[in-house]
Design a protein around this ligand. Sequence first.
Ligand SMILES: NC(=O)C1=CN([C@@H]2O[C@H](COP(=O)(O)OP(=O)(O)OC[C@H]3O[C@@H](n4cnc5c(N)ncnc54)[C@H](O)[C@@H]3O)[C@@H](O)[C@H]2O)C=CC1
Ligand SMILES: O=C([O-])CC(=O)C(=O)O
Length: 343
Amino acid sequence: MFSLRRTTQNLAQKRAFSASASQYYKVAVLGAAGGIGQPLSLLLKLSPKVTELALYDVRGAPGVAADISHVNTNSVVKGYAPSEENLAEALKGAEVVLIPAGVPRKPGMSRDDLFNTNASIVRDLADATAKANPTAKLCIIANPVNSTVPICAEVYKRRGVYNPKTLFGVTTLDVVRASRFISELKSTDPANEKVTVVGGHSGVTIVPLLSQSNHPDISGEARDALVNRIQFGGDEVVKAKDGAGSATLSMALAGFRMAESLLRAKDGETGVVEPTFVESPLFKDQGVDFFASNVELGPDGVKEIRGIGDINAYEKDLLSACVQDLKKNIEKGVKFVEANPPK
Ligand SMILES: NC(=O)C1=CN([C@@H]2O[C@H](COP(=O)(O)OP(=O)(O)OC[C@H]3O[C@@H](n4cnc5c(N)ncnc54)[C@H](O)[C@@H]3O)[C@@H](O)[C@H]2O)C=CC1
Ligand SMILES: O=C([O-])CC(=O)C(=O)O
């Protein structure tokens, strides 16, 4: 007969076993009371790798923390009301810091339209992290990622603590979507569909490499439609939410996957590979200092940036459009910090 108590005991035993095999980590979420921040924090609360969860927001973090803290897993959850001291306290000792703080799009807006609001939010949170915990792995979710990541790099450089191995733009959602969309087209299980997506995180800078997927045969209109859906998947959600924001739940899953991968790599697990927007040599000769590609993660963050691999003529065209936009997005971030340095 099914016994809930026995199942729970088994689960607890398994947890105790896996806990002894790995270390525990503090993770901080800045923007934790928002649409992404809340489900992301909940997923982190479920992770046996997280021992302490620090939730910070300009509004509502203590409430979210009190709520999530009742979930019966081992980790401790602390919520922080907005203040410089609290932010520093939230950041101190965190192995991973995730930043979903910032405004989301409304229909008709591009991610770049968020720049004016989000650039200073991310600059200030990066500055606080550079001061309180410069060696944490910093994962930027706030858009426009193509510009907010270079902003963080510039802030860290100004503080003399920049390490390109620990700064990540979170682009995991693009491969999550690509895997799902291709499985819809081919009636397969998305768990078996791995699609490499490179470039950046907006519109034409999102470059899916279908020739490297399980279905290199997709061509013509079907290919164009699939590529377009992957590039503009975010718009689908913005439109459906009709003014109430952009992807939050799928993004929470994607952000959690990135954070957990960093913790697994920190624990010494090998072969942990995620797509992420990092300082990269791949297109530096074309003036593009940051680029998303598959990156092998290690205990110190970036272990090895994987190359693009073999691509076809169609994908080469996608990449040249990507590189042009990406260059401008990156420059915009760099110039912003030049003109508006952190105080
Ligand atoms: N990288 C990616 O793939 C994705 C990125 N995003 C981006 O993530 C960001 C957040 O989206 P949502 O959670 O839906 O927005 P939201 O508006 O629901 O939540 C944002 C939260 O940030 C907080 N916040 C604002 N300024 C802050 C500051 N200075 N310090 C701490 N917290 C602050 C707000 O109080 C709010 O709780 C947006 O910029 C959005 O475009 C969204 C989906 C996917
Ligand atoms: O579309 C947006 O604005 C949010 C986002 O980055 C995504 O869903 O990929």
